[in-house]
Ligand binder design. Structure first.
Ligand code: 5GP
Ligand code: ZN
Length: 137
């Protein structure tokens, strides 16, 4: 447990939350400021900051729960779809430095946009592809 981490405090029961699911390795609770009602955060009980330091075991437990909860949350709030999102590091929008996956119910016409996309320039995609493949060797 990280002593200054609000999600560790929620896991420990030192801060309140609306829990929707719990097992030995994970906790899922309602986001305090939902994009839409039913917006849920799934966290590992062990403290890690983000995708870069979370052990595979904890990450696997989180993704298994996300997979299980997505269907139930969609049904529970009669959503028309679900976004699964994770922000890693400040410039990707991470505010709370404890690994968490957002399950966000979406409704027809709710008006929320994801992000701006543009096509690759000529020859750019293959260069990016090679850079990524080299890093994965
Ligand atoms: P991030 O931007 O780090 O991916 O998202 C952090 C999320 O945590 C935000 O959506 C925010 O509303 C939520 N959050 C922040 N503090 C609390 C809290 O004390 N309780 C709950 N349930 N959610 C929180
Ligand atoms: Zn923590």
């Amino acid at each position: 447990m990280a002593s200054d981490c609000i999600f560790c405090k929620i896991v420990a029961g030192e801060l309140p939350s609306f829990k929707v699911y719990e097992d030995a390795e994970t906790l899922a609770f309602l986001d305090i400021r939902p994009v839409n009602p039913g917006h849920t955060l799934v966290v590992p009980k062990n403290h890690s900051v983000n995708i870069f330091d979370v052990p595979e075991k904890d990450w696997t437990a989180v993704t298994t729960v996300v997979h299980r909860l997505a269907r139930g949350i969609e049904k529970a709030v009669a959503a028309d779809g679900i976004n699964i999102n994770m922000n890693n590091r400040e410039h990707a929008g991470q505010i709370v430095d404890h690994v968490h996956v957002h399950i966000i119910p979406r409704f027809k016409g709710d008006g929320f946009k994801l992000w701006h996309q543009t096509p690759y320039k000529d020859g750019e995609a293959v260069k990016v592809q090679e850079k990524i493949k080299t890093q994965l060797l």
